[in-house]
Design a protein around this ligand. Structure first.
Ligand code: MAN
Length: 353
């Protein structure tokens, strides 16, 4: 095993109890998968804050955004002995044939001077809006291009799971660009610069019939209209990333190519991190890929939690050879780890295209 991550001694760096709920009647159940960026000399994380009402014995209750409710939120409550309920996954349940999430997520800023000790804002930064985000917004990547920070995150609703985008220059006012890639799609990571005159992103469609949960590349003239879709990295039967793969944060420019850290899960929903090396000028060309994970859930806070055996990243900062990876552990707490770009590159194996 080649786990290259030097975990912060302070892990977990943020826990649910560190963040006040967005409103009375909700509890912060989990902190997950933050975007990471630098702004004004500080490090910012854009946390995913997952909330729900206090769970009563024998009842599963979950909040849903509903503009017709005076509070803006409806609560669906179902008895756990209801034969129409399938409650086997802590993250989602099926009731009368409809799928719901067990928590409602919003995005919230946390700030730090040293990249380790973070102070979360007391109120949400971005919450779901409209019919395509009624089950919340999740897992925001943050990519800065020419002074504009682009946030690509997952919008969840009964219509499916798609990629939504907002942008900001100052982290106070935000422009909402709506859903830029339709369901089923998530894990959208923009490249930090144009390649061949076009914006690029990695994204992850989910196919139920033929195909799977693989990483695709797309290009755009304007960041909102995406085309030239190409499947560049598939899940690999029998390996640690056999069931699904998805991009992490923005690919990192290195002299050898674009280094893209990604997550992969197996059929047991064990989430690890790996990496791809993509050609500078034609990133659809995968030069090399991890055989073994570069990071696996080995620490107790990664193995046990709201959903155990998960390390999941969509935020990192690069300083020379060091990548500070911010990640969600066991879908419950926020952690950090340092990895070396050189060490990651040294573990990748050439891919025949
Ligand atoms: C999915 C997403 C992530 C989550 C993982 C592990 O990929 O919902 O937000 O962290 O599953 O549960």
């Amino acid at each position: 095993m080649a786990d290259l991550a030097r975990r912060f001694a302070e892990n977990p760096i943020l826990r649910p109890a560190d963040v006040p709920p967005s409103r009375d009647g909700l509890l912060v159940e989990c902190l997950l998968n933050p975007g990471a960026f630098r702004y004004g000399g500080r490090v910012g994380l854009l946390l995913r804050v997952a909330e729900r009402p206090q769970q009563m014995p024998g009842i599963r209750s979950t909040p849903i955004l509903d503009p017709l409710e005076p509070s803006g939120i409806a609560v669906l409550s179902v008895r756990t002995d209801d034969p129409d309920l399938d409650d086997s996954d802590p993250r989602a349940f099926v009731y009368k044939g409809m799928k719901y999430l067990t928590t409602l997520s919003h995005l919230r800023l946390a700030w730090s001077d040293d990249g380790v000790h973070f102070t979360p804002d007391p109120i949400p930064t971005l919450v779901g809006h409209g019919a395509l985000e009624s089950f919340g917004i999740e897992d925001s990547r943050v990519c800065e291009i020419d002074g504009v920070y682009y946030l690509t995150y997952t919008g969840v609703s009964p219509a499916g799971v798609g990629v939504c985008m907002s942008s900001t220059r100052d982290w106070r006012t935000f422009t909402n660009h709506g859903m830029i890639i339709s369901p089923s799609n998530k894990d959208c990571a923009l490249f930090p610069q144009k390649v061949g005159g076009e914006y690029l992103c990695l994204h992850r469609p989910s196919n139920i019939y033929i195909g799977g949960h693989d990483i695709w590349l797309a290009s755009s003239p304007d960041m909102t209209h995406w085309g030239d879709h190409r499947c560049i990295a598939r899940s690999r039967p029998g390996m640690w990333d056999s069931a699904r793969v998805g991009a992490g944060a923005e690919p990192i420019w290195t002299p050898q190519g674009w280094l893209a850290i990604y997550h992969g899960a197996n059929e047991q929903h064990r989430y690890c991190l790996g990496a791809l090396l993509l050609d500078h000028n034609d990133p659809a060309h995968v030069l090399a890929r991890s055989i073994e994970p570069i990071m696996e859930p080995t620490a107790p806070y990664e193995q046990t939690g709201f959903f155990g055996n998960v390390v999941f990243t969509n935020g990192h900062l690069v300083d020379g050879d060091t990548v500070s990876v911010y990640y969600g552990a066991a879908d419950e707490v926020i952690c950090g780890a340092h990895l070396s770009v050189t060490e990651i590159l040294g573990t990748l194996s050439a891919v025949a295209n």
